[in-house]
Design a protein around this ligand. Structure first.
Ligand SMILES: C[S@@+](CC[C@H](N)C(=O)[O-])C[C@H]1O[C@@H](n2cnc3c(N)ncnc32)[C@H](O)[C@@H]1O
Length: 466
């Protein structure tokens, strides 16, 4: 690409990918321009065609992969490159962790933190495959045909994952290596039995058909397995024999439920649920506590790393048994329950009524009496609280803390705020605002809960200046 004029659409350049960004896109340089490319990994050398230019940034698409670079490893998944779910499978794990560390460091530097802030190495996972305890598969009648598939393949039925950017098309997933292998066999039976019975998959354009989703959940500690079949109507005359056929072939399934979603929106949650077999939930054990997980409960999807995350939160909270702790955005209360053993009392704050119900049930299940859960918007709930907290844990959604919550939190003046962040950019921005309100931050501890993806969690404790 000549540098005499500004680059434009259609220009071709060669470059080496230096890093990935928070969307997982490869980033390199061509002359004075930053170049962003999909499906290009650090270390790789590519020939690319410019698609757009915005100030000093170019968007480009890979035309040819010239050299895979020093970090390339074979991807394990047969659908890699098509599915888009775990786009870093072909990048060695050390390079993944280095890339995640760089993402966190860049976010905090961009928010104004200097080199005195320690960004600890990313705590990597020990299990790089088979780690996910929940997968949501979709039934569809427009199968995405992969290049490897024979010509003339039947495209009228698929059970798998959406092809990226093609929402109505479904990749027929034969196996998903990030879920435990036992679930691949169940997925295959769900497919073969649906086909044998000529059960119709949901048509996303015409809104016809019965089968919408198959959600598979498993417990790492107890081995229990839950199958959640999401359908468009009740149709017990079709669903029950189908479920029985799957259960007969898989005695390892401990719960089979049906969720009915009559709405047009493609969510795997139904308006009503029917337990066809088993207790309706599975039990997971983490840090000596038991959690019941039903089809629609939120639970961290990587239990091994979630356990480590909660240990880090406990370390950073550093309680000695005398404190009042608030767990803001507490979800199903896992952090609140983990901290309850080391605190005088804990209050969890959460918007979703179903999560609050799960949190209360989990507290009762574990005989924990020094916790309470407050249902409602965290900002409104906190304004009504008269008691002060010694330690606040916050685990907000990706957008970070609500801007109006920052002054409320600062006025609450806990001596320590433990922030659990799933988005380094919003986490760093909120950390900067809390530092402006009188807190100090010394260290950020990132942890990888989702190997092969650009997602990274970080835990950091903000101390109120004396
Ligand atoms: C990242 S999750 C927290 C997960 C939780 N720590 C756990 O392990 O179960 C964020 C939670 O914030 C809740 N949430 C989002 N907006 C909220 C609000 N305005 N007030 C209270 N909770 C909210 C969501 O329902 C979700 O459960």
């Amino acid at each position: 690409m000549t540098q005499e004029r500004k680059p434009r659409r259609g220009d071709v350049c060669e470059l080496t990918i230096e890093r990935f960004d928070e969307r997982g896109e490869g980033v390199g340089r061509s002359g004075e321009y930053k170049v962003e490319l999909r499906r290009a990994l650090p270390g790789e050398r590519v020939r690319a065609e410019v698609s757009w230019r915005r100030r000093n940034t170019l968007g480009a698409r890979v035309l040819e992969r010239l050299d895979p670079g020093p970090h390339a490893v074979p991807a394990r998944c047969a659908h890699f490159g098509v599915c888009g779910g775990c786009s870093f499978q072909s990048l060695d794990y050390a390079a993944q962790l280095a890339g995640l560390h760089a993402l966190v460091a860049r976010a905090f530097a961009a928010a104004g933190f200097g080199p005195e802030l320690e960004i600890a190495p990313v705590e990597g996972a020990h299990e790089l495959y088979g780690y996910r305890n929940k997968m949501e598969f979709t039934f569809g009648n427009r199968r995405y045909v992969e290049r490897s598939e024979p010509e003339g393949v039947d495209t009228s039925f698929a059970l798998g994952l959406h092809a990226p950017g093609m929402y109505s098309k479904v990749i027929d997933v034969s196996a998903c290596p990030i879920q435990p292998p036992a679930l691949d066999a169940i997925l295959a039976t769900l497919r073969s039995q649906a086909r044998a019975r000529a059960l119709e998959p949901w048509d996303q354009r015409l809104h016809t058909g019965l089968l919408r989703h198959a959600v598979l959940r498993s417990s790492r500690s107890t081995g229990e397995i839950l199958v959640d079949l999401v359908t468009s109507t009740d149709a017990p005359e079709l669903v029950d024999p189908y479920a029985r056929a799957v259960l007969e072939r898989h005695p390892e399934i401990t719960t089979f439920v049906q969720n009915v979603n009559t709405r047009l929106s493609q969510t795997a949650q139904g308006e009503r649920e029917r337990v066809i077999f088993g207790p309706g939930s599975i039990v997971e054990r983490l840090l000596g506590l038991e959690f019941a997980i039903s089809a629609n409960s939120f639970f961290q999807t990587n239990p091994a790393q979630a356990q480590r995350l909660f240990e880090i939160v406990r370390e950073e909270a550093g309680t000695n048994g005398s404190e009042r702790v608030y767990d803001l955005y507490c979800g199903t209360g896992t952090i609140a329950l983990v901290l309850a053993g080391g605190a005088r009392e804990v209050a969890g704050f959460e918007l979703a009524p179903s999560s609050v119900a799960d949190a209360r049930a989990n507290a009762a299940r574990n005989g924990i009496e020094n916790v309470r859960f407050v249902e409602g918007d965290v900002l409104e709930s906190l304004r009504r609280e008269s008691a002060r907290a010694d330690v606040c844990v916050v685990d907000p959604p990706r957008a970070g803390l609500h801007p109006k919550l920052l002054p409320v939190l600062a006025a609450l003046a806990p001596r320590r705020i433990v922030y659990v962040s799933c988005n380094p950019v919003s986490g760093a921005r909120d950390a900067r605002a809390l530092c402006a309100a009188g807190y100090t931050l010394a260290r950020v501890r990132p942890i990888d809960l989702f190997p092969h993806t650009p997602h990274v969690e970080s835990v950091f404790a903000l101390e109120r200046a004396p």
